[in-house]
Ligand binder design. Structure first.
Ligand code: DGL
Length: 273
């Protein structure tokens, strides 16, 4: 039965495991196949043409394995390739992370002034700015590309003076504004940024709310599965299959931090796209 097929989830690397974690929590009976394109990460500094091509190849692989829904658990791939993916794989439902993140931001911000932290490609597309503006017309949305956060999260340098200084350098121009309006909400518009939450929170100060899209994406997936009558009929705990395009050892070591539980290298199957 289609409803008992797994949900396919893909990201440029291990960052999307934060979304996988939220999906497991929200939909424990669903089986999940996660593909991290670790051979080609990061996507955030690549051209649109390359990102779309990579996303299509990752989706082709998951669709060939048999999935009932595709979750694009990468902000950059969501910003750039959601529409081409939806067109190519229709009627397969395709859910990205930008729209749920924009929902969360629009519902949290009181002052309607928000700051989006994302990769270069996501910022260049103004994906969050457009999605938030559609939900909160007239809102002011500042965007800043924070490429170094990706490297820091990958290295596990998520606490201490270095991430704190990097966070201040990115955020200060938007937050230390000498009396003029400053954002009350920061959108963590990249899968890696929730790992740097402490450094970002410290740089932002206590009166700014941080939102990320993992939980709201899991909620959007649950709503879509229910609407389409695609919730699994299984009652036990669903299975999790982990695929990567390179480096099972590194995927396991770094990915454990994002998933919030240990991954053994032999649980990671290496695939060629
Ligand atoms: N997964 C990407 C994102 O959420 C971050 C890493 C990358 O640049 O590929 O935008």
């Amino acid at each position: 039965m289609t409803c008992d097929l797994p949900i396919g989830v893909f990201d440029s690397g291990v960052g999307g495991l934060t979304v996988l974690r939220a999906l497991r929590r929200r939909l424990p009976a669903e089986s999940l196949v996660y593909l991290g394109d670790t051979a080609r990460v990061p996507y955030g500094t690549k051209s649109v043409a390359s990102i779309v091509r990579y996303a299509m190849q990752a989706a082709d692989h998951l669709v060939a394995r048999g999935i009932k829904m595709l979750v694009v658990a990468c902000n950059t791939a969501s910003a750039v390739s959601l529409e081409p993916l939806r067109e190519r794989f229709a009627p397969l439902p395709v859910v990205g992370v930008v729209e749920p993140g924009a929902d969360a931001a629009a519902s949290v911000s009181r002052s309607r002034h928000m700051l989006v932290l994302a990769t270069e490609s996501t910022v260049r597309r103004h994906a969050y700015a457009r999605a938030i503006a559609a939900r909160a017309p007239g809102a002011r949305i500042d965007e800043v590309a924070c490429s170094l956060f990706v490297a820091l999260a990958e290295e596990g340098w998520t606490t201490g003076e270095i991430p704190a200084a990097v966070a201040r350098t990115y955020l200060d121009p938007y937050l230390r504004t000498n009396g003029s309006s400053k954002p009350d909400t920061i959108v963590l518009g990249c899968t890696h940024f929730p790992l740097l939450e402490d450094a970002i929170r410290e740089a932002a100060g206590p009166d700014v709310t941080l939102v990320d899209s993992a939980t709201t994406t899991a909620e959007a997936v649950a709503t879509k599965l229910t609407e389409l009558d695609l919730l699994t009929s299984a009652t036990g705990e669903g299975t999790v299959t982990l695929l990567a395009t390179d480096g099972a050892d590194r995927f396991a070591a770094v990915g454990s931090r994002f998933l919030g539980m240990p991954i053994a290298p032999d649980e990671v199957e290496i695939v060629d796209l």
